[in-house]
Ligand binder design. Structure first.
Ligand code: FES
Ligand SMILES: [Fe+2]
Ligand SMILES: [Fe+2]
Length: 488
């Protein structure tokens, strides 16, 4: 058995809920009962719906409101527990009562927002959502009963009722978490590739009909995926936004233009053509936007960078002073690629050394040392320098951690053992993957920094590698670390 028993049991239970088709009939009835009055009321109901989804705030409201009952009911549960253990105090009892009431108010508001979001789910998500709502409603019912019992002086029964309510809330929270983190309900579904950073031709204008959304695709080589973009020609202008709806991934290119907005065919979110922001929900999140221009009758687009994007082009970087960029040295990517080769050769040498030869241990220490130096210079010099032009840095950092963990495991093993062989093979594959993806992607993106800067950086890298190898202090420190990892 590889997965923990609780996770397997919970997974199986949720799987059964997801497969229960009989939940669809009541779901449909509830949805229709909610939709009719809203259709009759028209615009005001739409505004209430938007407020419940969070369209106006750019964030779903439901996850914010659920924190109220979770916090307050847990506080009340803790105070009740202390009272049950003998720590009685009138102040604590009053505080528990207030917490339960505040939580109940929060739970009602959370239920309203949850219901508004739930009506747009489908299939297995809708079934889990219904059970999530039922369990949480039970929690609310038990809490209200507890409040009633406490007000009549039946505190003991009241405590039991709210404890049962708290347990239901935990189960409901688990189901809610499953819907968000596993089923991705409520998260942004738009494609947020930063490409293309420079204008790229996508379609002859003549092929774009007025008010007729049209899908085009571009390749994001780094992410190895195609990006879908929807173009809309309207009133002499061409607008472009991500084709995948941020709400649940609906195809906006199959939607329609209404006023100055593009409507999603799945649940009707209306995105402003100018800004990409939803004018009305259920979406709460703007679509990725693209600038457009016309060149020789061809529509060209460029991704509008979003707040927080670090991607810049070489033109945005401050120029490197002439004297700081000597023409001779090697570029940073060349220095690092050469170091990758050295590390690869070390792996090959260890693998070719017979198992029982003691040199294997020495070679392993040299490899550990070179890997450590490599990660050090990248983490301290190279990654910070390329961060503005490469999205790979965050992943590369995580991979360094992986490599360090795997190296630590390998160092602990007897170099003659089969486990060592297995770990060495895994470490070799991990290093190959990491170095290979740096060479294919990050080093290529680093070229945006411009040659003078890369040469300057290359020189600094070489100096740092040399200093790491020769400094007595650094060597002693590294050796000590390696010995500690070996467990000697
Ligand atoms: S997918 Fe739901 S509104 Fe677009
Ligand atoms: Fe690296
Ligand atoms: Fe590297």
């Amino acid at each position: 058995m590889t997965s923990p028993r609780f996770a397997r049991a919970a997974n199986a239970a949720i799987g059964r809920i997801e497969a229960t088709a009989s939940l669809d009939t009541p779901s449909h009835a509830i949805e229709t009962a909610m939709a009719r009055p809203a259709q009759i009321a028209g615009r005001p109901a739409g505004r209430i719906g938007d407020a419940l989804h969070g369209t106006r705030y750019g964030h779903p409201v439901h996850p914010m409101l659920v924190t109220i009952p979770i916090g307050t009911w847990t506080l009340a549960f803790g105070l009740d527990l202390l009272a049950a253990l003998g720590a009685r105090s009138n102040g604590a009892a009053r505080a528990a009562d207030i917490a339960l009431k505040a939580g109940a108010a929060g739970a009602v508001a959370a239920a309203a927002t949850g219901l508004a979001d739930w009506q747009h789910t489908n299939g297995r998500d809708r079934r889990v959502g219904l059970v999530h709502a039922l369990v949480n409603s039970t929690a609310l019912g038990l809490t209200l009963a507890s409040i009633g019992l406490r007000s009549r002086g039946r505190r003991r029964e009241g405590r039991l009722a709210s404890a049962a309510g708290w347990a239901c809330m935990v189960v409901g929270g688990y189901l809610g978490g499953h819907m968000v983190y596993r089923r991705r309900i409520g998260v942004d579904h738009a494609d947020r590739s930063p490409e293309p950073r420079d204008f790229a031709p996508v379609l002859p204008l003549a092929e774009l009909e007025e008010n007729r959304p049209r899908r085009v695709e571009l390749r994001d080589e780094n992410a190895r995926q195609d990006i879908g973009i929807v173009l809309v020609r309207r009133g002499g202008r061409v607008h472009a936004m991500g084709a995948r709806c941020s709400h649940l991934g609906g195809p906006l290119d199959q939607g329609w233009v209404l006023g100055n907005a593009l409507v999603c065919p799945w649940h009707g979110s209306r995105y402003d053509l100018e800004t990409g922001w939803p004018e009305s929900g259920p979406s709460t999140c703007p679509q990725p936007r693209y600038e457009t221009r016309l060149r020789d009758g061809i529509v060209e687009i460029r991704r509008e960078q979003e707040p927080g994007d670090e991607i810049v082009t070489a033109a945005d970087l401050p120029p490197v002073p002439r004297d700081a960029a000597p023409g001779g040295g090697r570029k940073a990517d060349e220095v690092l690629t050469e170091h990758h080769q050295l590390i690869r050769r070390l792996f090959e040498t260890i693998e070719a050394t017979p198992r029982h030869q003691p040199e294997r241990r020495d070679l392993m220490r040299t490899l550990a040392s070179e890997l450590e130096i490599h990660e050090h210079v990248e983490d301290h010099l190279f990654y910070p320098a390329v961060r503005p032009v490469s999205e790979d840095v965050a992943i590369a950092h995580s991979e360094h951690r992986q490599l360090a963990d795997l190296l630590a495991m390998t160092l602990k093993l007897d170099t003659a053992s089969p486990e060592f062989e297995e770990h060495l093979r895994a470490l070799h594959a991990a290093v190959d993957h990491h170095a290979g993806s740096e060479e294919r992607s990050m080093f290529r993106e680093a070229q945006r920094l411009g040659e003078p800067r890369l040469r300057e950086l290359g020189q600094a890298l070489e100096a740092m590698i040399e200093q790491q190898r020769t400094s007595r202090f650094q060597r002693a420190f590294r050796d000590l670390k390696i010995r500690l990892l070996e467990g000697v």
